[in-house]
Design a protein around this ligand. Structure first.
Ligand code: ZN
Length: 136
């Protein structure tokens, strides 16, 4: 059985850590834009969106931002493949609250501890595959 994996370039990894550091002590959050090719989900862009949660240790992506991002992704021929958020002082695994959260089943958690990035579909961890940096 082939395992599902998430492909992320080093540049996007750096960008995510930057967003997470900038938002601390609050959690940063946003969406992953890209495409799914069979079992491989390729992330092409990451969006940092507004965190509407009042609590420091929670995130709730601003719903209007989600709608705008969905529309924007479709217009560029991509899709929203998942969501990401940061953990300021917890490991990069989803909290019970993250798992109960509706929305996207694929979640990338960026932990400032380490730092480390881990991808999840529910409680199943997805291997991260490094994409070659893109020449722009
Ligand atoms: Zn979380």
């Amino acid at each position: 059985m082939t395992v599902e994996a998430l492909e992320l370039s080093p540049e996007l990894r750096t960008a995510l850590l930057g967003h997470a550091r900038a938002a601390a002590p609050r959690e940063a959050c946003g969406l992953l834009i890209g495409r799914r090719e069979r079992k491989l989900t390729k992330v092409e862009r990451v969006l940092a969106l507004r965190n509407a949660a009042l609590s420091l240790s929670a995130f709730e992506i601003e719903p209007l931002d989600v709608l705008a991002a969905e529309r924007d992704a479709l217009a560029s021929g991509s899709t929203v493949v998942g969501a990401w958020h940061s953990h300021v002082d917890a490991p990069a695994s989803p909290s019970p609250r993250d798992l109960a959260h509706g929305g996207y089943s694929l979640q990338l958690v960026v932990s400032l501890v380490g730092p480390s990035l881990r991808a999840w579909r529910g409680i199943e961890e997805l291997p991260l595959v490094e994409a070659p940096p893109r020449a722009t």
